[in-house]
Design a protein around this ligand. Structure first.
Ligand code: SAM
Length: 279
């Protein structure tokens, strides 16, 4: 079956450009264009949106995003070896793809994007969490993006979408769910990638809410959550003792038993505590 963009299959692209996978760059490529189109569809309607893709590699997901109708794709790739393959995609979709050869941690892509913006990426494992935390903690809310559709190791995806009461629930779940709707929309076995990683992967779709679910100062909330989960096995009266000398009273005042542990407290509770501490 020929691809709708008329470009060669990804295996041929990788062979033609000598794109042997580099572990240090988190290179596990998706070679099935049906699968990359499915991931692109998980981001919703792309026709009126600019898409920011981090780490296009040989361009499997990029081709999916363009075939699914993205208005424009800005693809940021650190590995210069991928540029000739990506240039072929740019030529096949005139005016629809811009490629930046840069480290996603070092650049600010905003100047190249027109709202609304959706972020869609099969993220390199080594920088995925750091990028997510940056996207979730901008100085102002709502952020520059409308949604994030991101591939992670399954364990990270489960931490992002975790509910209170389990081991996966922590800082990432609270950061993500305080101001977003977050759910796992796809699970992928290691064999979906070339080379196959050791672990399973999952795609998380996050939609930015217009405003946080519960009021709280982001910096105070971040401090409370970090302290609570840094010593997650301790009772809150011990793990939070450094935040206020009368922490037990403050916990009780917002309806949290001082003997509870961090993983039992819902986001609403952390926000109430952040407000009490800010006041
Ligand atoms: N999107 C492709 C796919 O789905 O087949 C490749 C995904 S691969 C998991 C991650 C990609 O991110 C690689 O192409 C790698 O070179 C790139 N990458 C790694 N670190 C990066 C960084 N700091 N900034 C931009 N790209 C990076």
């Amino acid at each position: 079956m020929s691809a709708i963009d008329g470009l060669p299959p990804l295996r041929a692209v990788i062979a033609a450009h000598g794109l042997s996978a580099k572990k240090a760059l988190g290179q596990n490529f998706l070679l099935d264009l049906n699968l990359t189109a499915k991931i692109a569809r998980a981001a919703g309607d792309l026709s009126g949106a600019d898409v920011l893709e981090i780490g296009p590699g040989p361009g499997g997901l990029t081709r999916g995003l363009l075939a699914e109708g993205a208005r424009h794709v800005l693809a940021v790739e650190k590995d210069a070896r991928c540029l000739p393959a990506l240039a072929e995609i740019t030529a096949a979709w005139p005016g629809r793809l811009t490629v930046l050869n840069a480290d996603a941690l070092e650049i600010d892509p905003l100047a190249h994007l027109r709202p609304p913006v959706k972020v869609v990426a099969n993220l390199p494992y080594n920088v995925g969490t750091e990028l997510l935390v940056r996207w979730l903690t901008p100085p102002d809310w709502p952020p520059f993006w409308q949604s994030l559709t991101l591939m992670f190791q399954r364990e990270v995806a489960e931490r992002i979408t975790a509910q209170p009461g389990g081991k996966a629930y922590g800082r990432l779940a609270i950061l993500a769910q305080w101001r977003c709707e977050a759910r796992i929309v796809m699970r992928l076995p290691p064999e979906a990638f070339t080379p196959a990683p050791k672990v399973e992967s999952a795609v998380v779709h996050l939609t930015a809410l217009p405003a946080p679910r519960f009021p709280a100062d982001p910096a105070v909330l971040e401090r409370v959550v970090a302290a609570a989960f840094n010593q997650r096995r301790k009772m809150l009266r011990a793990s939070l003792k450094g935040l206020a000398p009368d922490i037990e009273d403050r916990l009780r005042a917002v309806g949290i038993a001082p003997t509870e542990r961090a993983e039992q407290v819902p986001i609403e509770g952390f926000c109430a505590l952040a407000r009490a501490l800010a006041g």
